[in-house]
Each structure stands twice: as C-alpha cells, then as structure tokens.
Design a protein around this ligand. Structure first.
Ligand SMILES: NC(=O)c1ccc[n+]([C@@H]2O[C@H](COP(=O)([O-])OP(=O)(O)OC[C@H]3O[C@@H](n4cnc5c(N)ncnc54)[C@H](O)[C@@H]3O)[C@@H](O)[C@H]2O)c1
Length: 281
C-alpha cells in the first residue's frame, strides 16, 4: 500500500492535523513549513523529521518530496498557495475558508479543474455527530423538499482579531465575519445537497471593539438563495458578547423540521416529522 507523504504549512491550528496523518496507516508526516523556525524544531523532534524536512519558504516546501499539502496558513494566503501546490503535482487539503476574495476562489476552482490532483476544503462541522444523523433523515425523505435553513455561528475571538500582547490587529482584522461562513453553510448545503446561487448581507457597525477593519464588525446576517430555490439565513459574529459560543442549525422541509440546541456545541435540539410526536435530537 502506498504511503502518502504529507506536508503541513502553517503550524498553529494546522498542527491539529499532524497526529491524524501520523497515525493513519496510509499517510506519514514528511515535511513542515512555517515562517517561524522555532515551532518547526519542536514538531521535528516529535515526528522524527530531519532538518532538511523543515521549511520557512513555501516555494521550497511545495517543491519537496511530498504528495499532499495541508494548508494551515491564514486565509489571505490560501489561493496562491493552493494553486502553487496543485501546479506542483500535490493534493491539497485546505483549512477553511477557501479564499477571502472572488478572484482567489476562481483561481482555486480553475487550478483544481485542470489538475489531476485533488483539492478538498477541510470543513469540519459536516462531521459533527448530529449532522451525520440528520443526513440519514433528510436522505430518507423525512423532511420532504427543503425550503428553508438557517445557521448561527457566534464565536467571540476578539484576541485573534487584535493581539492582546501587542495591541496590533492580526489578519482576521481584515475578514468580515460573514466571510467565515463555511461552518454554517457547509453542513446545511451537505444536508440539502444544494449550492448557493445568490447572496446578500447586512451588518456594518463596529461598536464592540476598536475599528481595525471589517473584522471588527459586530455581527452580520446573510441571506442566500440556493440552486433548488431554498432560502438560507446565516448569522455570524467573531466579537459579540456571548458565552458560551453559539453554533446552531435549523432546517425546514414540507413534512417537518430539525433544529439543534442553543446552549453549547453538544446541546440537544428538536425534531418533528409529520405523523410522529416532536422529539429531542
Ligand atoms: N476549522 C476550524 O475549526 C478552524 C479553527 C481555527 C482556524 N482555522 C483556520 O486555520 C487557518 C489558520 O488559522 P490560525 O488560527 O492557525 O492562524 P494563525 O495566524 O494563528 O497561524 C497561522 C500560522 O501560519 C504561519 N504562516 C503565516 N503565513 C505563512 C506563510 N506565508 N507561509 C508559511 N507559514 C505561514 C504563521 O507563522 C502561523 O504559525 C485559517 O484558515 C483559519 O481559518 C480553522
């Protein structure tokens, strides 16, 4: 069995993939890359990597002997790094979101379309336990045709927008909250087997934190229309004063609805299918 050689770039959040690939019998960690050398040295010790497997330049890394590039870098780098990896004959597993611009998304789409290598967006909320169960109900026709869905993702990460140690804005200061919509749209579109054709959004006030850019916007609400004609509403904030974080989903079909709870990630929600009693999910 071929063992795929995995290279990780961006070793903060991205490091969470290391043990997964190190423990999978079909993959091994073959290289790591980051602008900072020190964290690479720590990883090298843990995963027994020689110095020549550590990179601080992405273009040296992407030419190294690896099969899969795992992108854990800030979103503004994703498009350029994805295209370079695909063009250098590597598969890509990219952290969310794919890109922060329409042009970046187009470049990724074109590069992935013409490449024989695979591109995958690592949208993890699709793998939440309830989402797998809901999919079975949706596919069994329990909801019938779906006409509306919604998701709220309110996760206060002010310290990642303005670095408290230096009081300086980080890259998330330039990210409008609604741009980070994949944790909301990912599960809904997976359940609905659908895609977005129209989008509009409201929300521009910055009253909670210092105005360091669109990342300081208090809250945004987007409305989407899907190819099948359904409506989706998404509420997003990175700074709103709410504890615990809110990550919730609701979906309405002709014959019933599914709704997750609002207390925490594990909270029990509700389901109702016509002809049955309402129940917790
Ligand atoms: N799926 C999730 O639940 C989840 C959670 C957190 C973050 N993320 C995603 O993970 C990605 C990284 O987020 P983060 O919080 O770790 O960001 P971060 O800014 O804290 O860390 C990014 C790392 O990448 C390195 N880096 C920056 N530019 C680089 C470059 N050009 N080449 C090589 N290395 C570079 C930095 O030195 C740093 O170590 C983002 O896409 C983010 O949206 C996803």
């Amino acid at each position: 069995m071929k063992k795929y050689k995995v290279g990780l770039v961006g070793v903060r959040r991205g490091s969470s993939y290391l043990s997964v690939f190190a423990n999978n019998p079909r993959t091994e960690i073959a290289a790591v890359c980051d602008l900072k050398h020190e964290p690479l040295v720590e990883i090298a010790k843990q995963y027994h990597l020689n110095d020549n497997r550590l990179f601080t330049d992405y273009y040296d890394f992407v030419n190294a002997d690896i099969d899969i590039v795992v992108l854990g870098t800030p979103i503004p780098f994703h498009a350029e790094q994805t295209v370079a990896a695909l063009e250098n004959g590597k598969h890509v597993l990219s952290e969310v979101t794919a890109s922060d611009t329409i042009e970046g998304c187009e470049a990724i789409f074109k590069a992935a379309s013409r490449s024989k290598y695979k591109y995958m967006l690592a949208e993890n909320c699709i793998y939440m336990h309830f989402c797998r169960q809901w999919k079975k109900w949706v596919d069994a026709g329990k909801l019938g045709p779906i006409y509306y869905a919604e998701a709220d993702y309110v996760h206060e990460i002010r310290h990642l927008v303005i670095d408290p140690a230096t009081d300086s804005p980080n890259w998330r200061a330039q990210r409008p909250p609604i741009h980070y919509c994949s944790h909301s749209l990912g599960p809904l579109l997976y359940l609905m087997d659908d895609y977005i054709v129209k989008a509009t959004c409201s929300g521009k006030n910055k009253t909670i934190i210092r105005d360091v850019g669109p990342g300081a916007i208090d809250i945004q609400v987007a409305l989407f229309e899907t190819a099948k004609g359904a409506t989706i509403k998404v509420l997003r904030s990175s700074v709103a004063t709410r504890r615990p974080p809110l990550c919730t989903y609701g979906i309405y079909g002709k014959y019933g609805f599914l709704e997750s709870g609002r207390e925490d990630y594990e909270n029990i929600g509700m389901r109702y299918f016509e002809g049955e009693d309402p129940k917790g999910v």
